[in-house]
Design a protein around this ligand. Structure first.
Ligand SMILES: [Zn+2]
Length: 409
């Protein structure tokens, strides 16, 4: 169950009235992206005949701890029962995962018991296994559990699941949570479950996009229904308080998902590293400015969405415009801007043959003939890689990037 800071507006939608990190109630909205279909809910042909689920998409800021969080929460059952994002599909992401495995193995060469929360299709744990470690995944999406080759518990992460793992396995030396903590409503239970499963000298690595990178890069398209919170260290410290965990270190990955932070958590009362102190200081400098930077971000985001729409509508009618990468990010932006495209190219077999949420743009595996004139790079944070891919598939036209500012390449 979520914490007490919610109002149920439908069986699937609750309005957030309390901060999930600190309990504060004076939340200030700063961006409203309207009613949107779920960014990862690609539709089958049959789904098109049914009413599509939509929910308000907006963000608000907590003046107490500085956490940004959505104004409404969609039930996890609706969000995650089938989830089409397979994390192994992207080479840059694969390299990031391998680097993580190598770093852990260099620090802890003896066999570690690694538990991954939201293990997706198991690609990270396969790498840990290949490096000689024991692994266990926890993943709520059945379709991903079914295609995973590593032992996986088919559940949402919770204290009960942690307890079960401790009973039947052992305490975890390493817990990894990549791009899931921002999805969590009841962060206290999540962290308490981590504290329950960690060995005394165990370490939990939580990776999520950093709020200041989101502001700096105008990354409005990282705001979608799965992403309930946009964390920084300052707000994370509020969430961690009283769970038995300390944040000991941070590591920044500026090029990953538009700016990812890795937080190191350990049991007990431990000091923060110099890197963590520096990050906190940088965040305090922004926090002192109050909601201003967030309201400014909201204004810039609305402006970019408007201009993106203008850029696409300015393309002459006889030119074909398609999207590259059927991503959640793209679906947020396309819906916010109400921009329709001929089709979206995505070589994920999970998505091809389906339709994008909201606008129902068909997803195809490769370019159709005749080739398009303009290709919108919706996964703009992987721009270089996607340009190479699109060119290899024969595309010779112009690339339109929506963010951080609409431009052609
Ligand atoms: Zn707060």
């Amino acid at each position: 169950m979520p914490n007490e800071g919610f109002v149920i507006t439908s069986p699937d939608i609750t309005e957030v009235i309390r901060c999930r990190a600190c309990g504060g109630s004076d939340l200030i909205p700063y961006l409203d992206l309207g009613e949107q279909a779920l960014a990862n809910a690609f539709l089958t042909k049959e789904d098109l005949l049914r009413d599509e689920f939509k929910a308000p998409l907006g963000v608000q800021w907590c003046p107490e701890c500085g956490l940004s969080q959505l104004t409404h929460v969609v039930s996890p059952e609706r969000l995650y029962s089938t989830y089409l994002y397979a994390s192994g599909a992207n080479p840059a992401w694969a390299a990031h995962q391998q680097a993580l495995v190598d770093a852990v193995t260099a620090l802890r060469p003896e066999k570690q018991f690694v538990v991954e929360i939201a293990s997706n299709d198991g690609t990270l744990l396969e790498r840990f296994q290949a490096a000689g470690h024991g692994v266990l995944g926890v993943e709520p999406a059945k379709n991903l559990v079914d295609c995973s080759t590593v032992p996986t518990v088919h559940r949402f992460w919770s204290p009960a699941v942690a307890e079960g793992i401790v009973q039947f396995h052992e305490l975890a030396d390493v817990v990894v949570a990549q791009n899931v903590f921002g999805h969590v409503d009841d962060t206290r239970s999540f962290l308490q479950a981590v504290a329950r499963i960690l060995a005394d000298e165990g370490v939990c690595l939580i990776e999520c996009p950093h709020i200041l990178a989101l502001l700096d890069q105008n990354a409005v398209d990282t705001i979608y229904h799965e992403h309930l919170s946009y964390w920084g260290l300052r707000s994370l410290l509020y969430a961690v308080a009283g769970t038995g965990l300390s944040v000991t270190h941070v590591e920044a990955f500026p090029d990953l998902h538009g700016g990812t932070m890795r937080y190191y958590l350990q049991l007990g009362d431990r000091p923060m590293s110099r890197a963590a102190q520096n990050l906190l200081e940088r965040e305090e400098n922004v926090y002192r400015l109050g909601v201003g930077p967030y309201l400014n971000f909201g204004r810039r985001a609305r402006d970019i969405i408007r201009r993106f729409r203008e850029w696409v509508t300015d393309i002459p009618d006889e030119q074909r415009v398609v999207g590259y990468g059927a991503s959640a990010k793209g679906n947020v932006l396309l819906q916010a801007a109400d921009v329709n495209l001929d089709y979206l190219v995505d070589d994920s077999p999970l998505k091809a043959g389906r339709y994008s949420p909201g606008l129902h743009i068909p997803v195809v595996e490769t370019f159709q003939s005749p080739l398009p004139d303009v290709c919108v790079l919706l996964a703009w944070n992987w721009a270089e890689e996607l340009k190479t891919q699109a060119t290899a598939k024969g595309f010779r036209g112009r690339f339109l990037l929506p963010l951080p500012e609409p431009h052609y390449e």
